[in-house]
Design a protein around this ligand. Sequence first.
Ligand code: NDP
Length: 491
Amino acid sequence: MLQAPERHSLFIDNEAIAPASGDSLPVIDPSDGRVFAQIARGAGADVDRAVRAARRAFDGAGTEPAAGLWGRADAAQRGRVLHRWADLVASQRETLATVESRDTGKPLAQARADAVALARYFEFYAGAADKLHGQTIPYRHGYTVLTLREPHGVTGHIIPWNYPMQIFGRSVGAALAAGNACVVKPAEDACLSLLRVAQLGAEAGLPPGALNLVTGLGAEAGQALAEHPGIDHISFTGSPDTGRRVAQAAATHHCPVTLELGGKSPQLVFADADIEAALPVLVGAIVQNAGQTCSAGSRVLIEACVHDRVIGLLAERFAALRAGPAHADLDLGPLVSRRQYQRVRDFLSEAQSGGLRFAAQGVVVGDAPPEGFYQAPVLLADVPPVHRLAQEEIFGPVLAASRFDDEAHAVALANGTPYGLVAGLWTRDGARQLRLARQLRAGQVFVNNYGAGGGVELPFGGVGRSGYGREKGFEALYAFTALKTVALRHD
Ligand code: NDP
């Protein structure tokens, strides 16, 4: 007998709440295309309820001011709650990974790595909570001037479907550590792990309202969150077009925004590089999460004199890659949704009709259900740098390779897209490492390594079409606070 899909609610004030409309949305398993759960279709009224709950948790608005409010908790106490939350996440790693893997199509090992990273984000921000402080500033005689780092109040978090746990961790972890109360809108394609993580937050000691999740559609719940006048800061990760819409909506009430909008990140391989060391990293940086990674290394630029050798070696590795159901834990799972699958297929059709060279392609395993959203990894060689495949984020397992003649040419190609999120540099020449690290237009530069999605401690964010503001590391804590200057005249 077929099991009825499990139903999920909104999470507000530490309780499971039905949406005002009573409506739900189906959740599809990308590995077999079947509906296996229903999520609540939250919208404007639910967002409003969540924002009011968060405001109460932050400053007691609408209630008798009481001890225990998140906004008034000692920083060390906030840190202790985040520590307990980290421990709970770590102890539930397998459950979270299983849920995530089914919901998003990630191979189990990758979903497990996301759960580990989530715990690590909470741990990092737990430790940082009571180390976030202002400064004193030398000013005129007879004055003492100091700065205070104060939480914004209620922060909104619009989370995409590619790394729900990691992006939640970096954004909500930092916001809560700084003393904000949060309203989160997860992507409709990837809510389930976060609903469980929110429950664990309540178990760890988050007071009611400190964290609220409103599931639903981007155009409904997401837009309502961005427009809500009770939101004091929004962090958004997703596409440039939606990011622009979110920033426009937030601007109507002068709400600051952090935007992380993906990239077309290059890895530059010079002839003097340790090519054997570079190869697995070049492949991993585009295959991880089936290429659905904002910082995916989706372009490889190769010095002309080693170009054919490197392409040959990459082609061997691509041909050996296998895509299959998430639970089979192969190199990659299916893409997250039919829509994303179609988007990647459209790019590949364009590559084919434009005569681009398919240097190698992996395989989809034979027992992958035909209704799943599988795309084998593709290596495209000699992609003209102005071609759409070398310019636009595909968000699939497609690596675009081009060649360069010298250092200046390499930098021009690397910087030649509207994006600027991450760059990788492979060379043994120390002077070149430093010179190019400065010249590359990116928020992060990795030298002789590459960190697609990694690095809890490392400030992360882009320039240009990749967005603005920084997440991760200590830097994120600054974004989730407003700086107040206090000037005292005492004689
Ligand atoms: P979106 O930018 O539309 O979605 C990202 C988040 O924004 C989701 O939570 C989505 O909710 C929400 N959202 C959608 N519309 C609105 C809105 N009007 N107001 C507020 N929030 C909204 O990305 P897509 O899912 O459409 O993916 C398209 C492309 O975007 C990908 O192929 C990829 O190139 C890029 N992308 C980049 C990401 C990154 O990490 N930088 C992450 C995801 C996508 P919902 O999903 O429920 O609609």
